[in-house]
Write a protein that binds this ligand. Sequence first.
Ligand SMILES: [Zn+2]
Length: 110
Amino acid sequence: MTEAPLVRFVLPGLAGRIEAGLRAQGEGRLAEQVDDLRITAVCPCEHAFCGSFHTSARPMMRWFMRGRQVSLHDDERGEITIDVVRGEIVYVEVLYLEDVREALARISSG
Ligand SMILES: [Zn+2]
């Protein structure tokens, strides 16, 4: 990847859902970041249900720093958890959403 793709281009539905969900849960500062969020790396695990991705410019940061996790509590399918380090969204865990997995597979295979 030359430039990391924007989440809202690759996954417009998911981006909208995350933004709305965060706002609804009083996480306005995180919701504001969704527009500019880029997919810097796709989760390398091979779980059939995983469609997670890194959004930090420094993907490995996740493993060195403890952040907080914000799970979306909307009534939609799947499970979405946002990893936040120092107020910044660094990782988006997406489970059980087949369409997200497929979109990520397309960008990671070039
Ligand atoms: Zn994974």
